[in-house]
Design a protein. Structure first.
Length: 417
């Protein structure tokens, strides 16, 4: 994306910051896998959101004093010997061009700069990315930095930047939507390849490989998340990722997957019959889920409260489960549907949301709609997931080119087998 996007993101972030505020965001480091091998690096998404930089070991500092905002980007120190082994790292002029931050230097000045910035100030609000997914997680660079500077400068008031940046990330600009549409379109091509090549006797991972190949052929370097390829009863496990069972001819197979493009995620789920033809019971359950999928999409527009939509969707699924004869009372629905109707989508697959998921839909949000019904005793698990963009008076289905009606699926598979 153009550096103007990142400049605008920084401007919006600093606009309502009080004086004597400093934001420090770390790109992060690739964690160790084993021996001298590291996991594939993926940048801290808040850092990427305001810089556009994907490499590790960089830091950005935004500060506001006397109503003047300063920006400074610190890049990983150059190591020419290491570059002979692992390739060229970012130069200062490249960091400046990508991010639009004019004051771009190397990391050896980071701690001296921070000391100069903070020393002598009576009170400073220091904002860091302190969000944790679980208590057991190892300390991030932000947590380590917070401990060092809290002890050194007791006048610091250390705060989590999430409450400031989350509302911004929830509303996508035109350029972000273009990146997401690219990821979605490639994902759709991959799903079509799955439908063309599915046959009994394959392992789930063999069929999954067609998706991987199609994505990589189209320039995808990373996936939004680990693919779920779940045939038959495996589809009744929500996040099944073993993907190693044999596919049977009478199975439905559920694929929950997504390409990533420039760090932006696609997230699509489709369920289809391996044979190319739904059985009568499979069709009944599938069309029940599809009715809910379409009804929820019709309901999404600015002003709708997420928690109310989620409850309404759960009630719809309960009604469908009663019609299918698998429950008698609405309260039993959680036996066959136990997740929410969807989530925000963006730089993260489960993208940023306020704590408690207490939000109202607004123009520019991208949201997944993914009802499902999972009947373990019948070996049927069905989920249909679309990605929608909230517009001025409704929503646009970004995944509209991915077929989902029974007749369309059966026709497509018959024509391409």
């Amino acid at each position: 994306m153009n550096k103007e996007v990142y400049k605008n993101n920084r401007s919006n972030l600093m606009k309502n910051m009080a004086n004597n505020s400093v934001i420090v965001l770390f790109a992060g480091n690739a964690p160790k896998k084993t021996g001298d091998e590291l996991y594939l690096f993926s940048p801290n998404r808040n850092f990427f959101y305001i810089t556009g930089i994907k490499e590790e070991e960089h830091v950005v500092v935004l500060s506001k004093f006397n109503d003047i905002v300063n920006e400074k980007l610190f890049l990983k120190e150059l190591n020419l010997a290491q570059e002979m082994w692992t390739g060229k790292t970012l130069r200062d002029y490249e960091g400046k061009e990508i991010s639009g931050i004019e004051d771009t230097v190397y990391m050896n000045d980071f701690y001296p700069y921070m000391n100069r910035l903070i020393k002598g100030a009576e009170e400073i609000n220091l904002y860091l990315d302190l969000e944790r997914q679980s208590f057991e997680e190892n300390d991030s660079e932000s947590f380590k930095f917070a401990k060092i500077f809290r002890d050194k400068y007791p006048q610091l008031c250390i705060k989590d930047v999430s409450s400031r940046i989350t509302p911004l990330r929830m509303i996508k600009c035109h350029e972000e939507i273009e990146e997401m549409q690219k990821a979605i379109d490639i994902t759709i091509s991959g799903v079509e390849s799955l439908m063309k090549n599915a046959k009994a006797g394959m392992k789930e991972y063999e069929l999954e490989a067609y998706f991987d190949f199609e994505c990589k052929k189209n320039g995808v370097k990373d996936f939004a998340f680990k693919t779920i390829a779940a045939a038959g009863k495996n589809a009744t496990t929500l996040h099944y990722v073993e993907n190693n069972s044999e596919i049977k001819n009478d199975d439905l197979i559920l694929f929950d997957l997504g390409a990533a493009w420039n760090c932006y995620s696609a997230d699509i789920t489709r369920t289809f019959p391996v044979s190319g033809k739904f059985t009568e019971r499979q069709k009944q359950v599938y069309e029940a889920v599809l009715r809910v999928n379409k009804a929820v999409i019709e309901k999404i527009k600015p002003g709708v409260v997420y928690q109310e939509l989620n409850k309404w969707a759960t009630d719809l699924i309960a009604e469908e489960c009663i019609k299918l004869g698998i429950i008698k009372e609405k309260e039993e629905v959680r036996k066959y549907y136990w997740h929410s109707i969807g989530h925000n989508l963006g730089l993260d697959t489960h993208d940023v949301e306020p704590q408690g998921r207490n939000f109202i839909f607004a123009e520019g949000m991208v949201f997944t709609v993914e009802p499902g019904i999972y009947i373990g005793e019948e070996g049927i698990g069905i989920r249909i997931e679309d990605d929608v963009l909230v517009t001025k008076d409704g929503c646009t289905v970004l995944t509209k080119n991915m077929i989902k009606d029974v007749d369309d699926i059966e026709r497509f598979m018959a024509e391409n087998k």
